[in-house]
Design a protein around this ligand. Structure first.
Ligand code: SR1
Ligand code: MG
Length: 435
């Protein structure tokens, strides 16, 4: 618990769902938070703004500044009390945020206070940042994004991996996050299982996607491919991953990027995070025509999205390899096994082979992330805000077609250029129901 806490009343430590009045009293008792807000507590504005699937989020503003307060609910907000969820996710979010702040300084919000019992994290208010997904729906481009997100990915993934830390430190890290299994289970079910079977909570744009949803439930090539990815997710503690790195977990301005909401963090496969970012950009790209008010008005935006996808892999792999060449202090690839000129050349070839494998994982996980947003429980506004359902279904059908190819036929996607080329091609494909 943060040393900023100064509570006289022990009841303030018991879990309860906070309401504005309660929160005001709680914040007023935190000297540094109260000073950051400024003015009398009675004058602070407090609004609950959470539009995610799980938690409460309050924005509190005073005369001097603001804070964001995130409280975990004991259940899944999207579904209700019938789906309980451990409050401990707030602990893992706090742990991840503070660790990521050390690994990738400036790219996550500052944590001001954490109360484990209340499942509460208080952070700096990111202003004028907006949720990136909202900006993408509006057709806004973000010139800093490639630079920032690839620094975040390369540093958090490399610096928490066996390439950078000792086996002992890595295992301590795995242990520290091992209890976050309820959040992993959400991913295991909602991403790696439910979209491919009959599941009560699945939904899709009916009736247009009925046939595709049914075909995906019968497609054994797809079932093998998603099951291999699930094994990797279950069984590959490569690095501390964010675990839910979609464009709703990123806040942006033109000049700044902040990664938020790492409550799904655990030691898992690196490609899951990289794939998440790429998948969400591909969905933004294929949803874009659905947001056009006049034909082709978003072409420049769409070109930027694909350049960004390209840039993310290119810059990520450049930065990751650079870290490997300069900061390899882990127990993997012992230097003594790669001495001399021949050893150095062989190690460099091995680095390239490592990136090839990581790219293959990235493509597969990206595909899984697309499919879950169209056939599973949790959808995204990129598609949902396309008002005409048939138009929405066209964008979604194109995305499913691309994702299926990426997952089942990964050998056809040896480079990121192959992914953007396929995205460009599928954008012009008309599903049967649109002809
Ligand atoms: C029931 S939770 C649904 C989704 O919301 C989160 O943002 C994760 O993506 C999760 O899979
Ligand atoms: Mg979230």
């Amino acid at each position: 618990m943060s040393s900023l806490r100064s509570l006289a009343d022990p009841r303030q430590d018991e879990y309860r769902i906070l309401h504005a009045a309660d929160l005001r009293d709680y914040l007023a008792a935190l000297t540094e938070v109260a000073a950051r807000l400024g003015g009398a507590p009675a004058s602070w504005s407090i609004g609950e703004v959470g539009d995610g699937n799980l938690n409460l989020v309050f924005i509190v503003k005073g005369t001097a500044g603001g804070v964001a307060v995130k409280q975990a609910l004991p259940y899944v907000r999207l579904v209700g009390e019938s789906w309980p969820l451990p409050l401990s996710r707030s602990h893992y979010e706090y742990l991840a945020l503070t660790h990521q702040a050390r690994l990738a300084p400036g790219l996550v919000p500052d944590v001001l206070h954490h109360n484990e019992a209340l499942a509460l994290v208080i952070m700096e208010l990111l202003e004028p940042h907006i949720i990136m997904r909202k900006g993408l729906v509006a057709g806004t481009t973000y010139p800093r994004f490639v630079e920032d997100i690839t620094t975040f990915l390369a540093r958090t993934l490399f610096l928490s991996s066996d390439l950078a830390v000792s086996a002992a430190e890595k295992k301590e890290g795995i242990a520290a996050f091992a209890g976050n299994h309820a959040l992993c289970k959400i991913t295991e079910d909602l991403i790696f299982t439910d979209p491919y079977r009959v599941a009560e909570q699945n939904r899709w744009t009916q009736p247009w996607l009925d046939a595709t949803a049914a075909a995906f439930r019968e497609d054994l090539d797809l079932h093998v491919a998603i099951s291999r990815l699930k094994v990797k997710f279950l069984n590959a503690p490569e690095a501390l991953i964010h675990g839910d790195l979609h464009t709703g977990s990123i806040m942006v301005t033109e000049n700044e990027t902040k990664v938020i909401d790492p409550e799904f963090a655990f030691y898992g496969p690196m490609g899951f995070d990289i794939g998440a970012v790429i998948a969400n950009l591909l969905m933004a790209y294929l949803a874009s025509t659905g947001h056009e008010r006049s034909p082709s008005e978003r072409r420049a935006f769409e070109a930027w999205v694909l350049e960004t996808v390209q840039g993310i892999w290119t810059e990520f792999s450049r930065k990751f390899l650079e870290l490997w060449r300069t900061q390899a202090a882990g127990d993997a690839y012992p230097r003594t096994l790669f001495s001399g000129e021949a050893g150095a050349a062989r190690l460099e070839a091995e680095r390239q082979a490592y990136m090839v494998r990581l790219f293959e994982d990235t493509v597969g996980f990206a595909a899984a992330k697309i499919i879950r947003r169209i056939l599973g429980l949790a959808h995204n506004i990129d598609f949902e805000l396309i008002e005409d359902p048939k138009r929405r279904a066209i964008s979604e059908a194109r995305s499913l077609r691309l994702a299926r190819a990426m997952m089942v036929d990964v050998a056809s996607f040896p480079t990121i250029g192959a992914v953007t080329k396929a995205a460009r091609e599928v954008r012009d494909w008309q599903p049967d129901f649109a002809r």
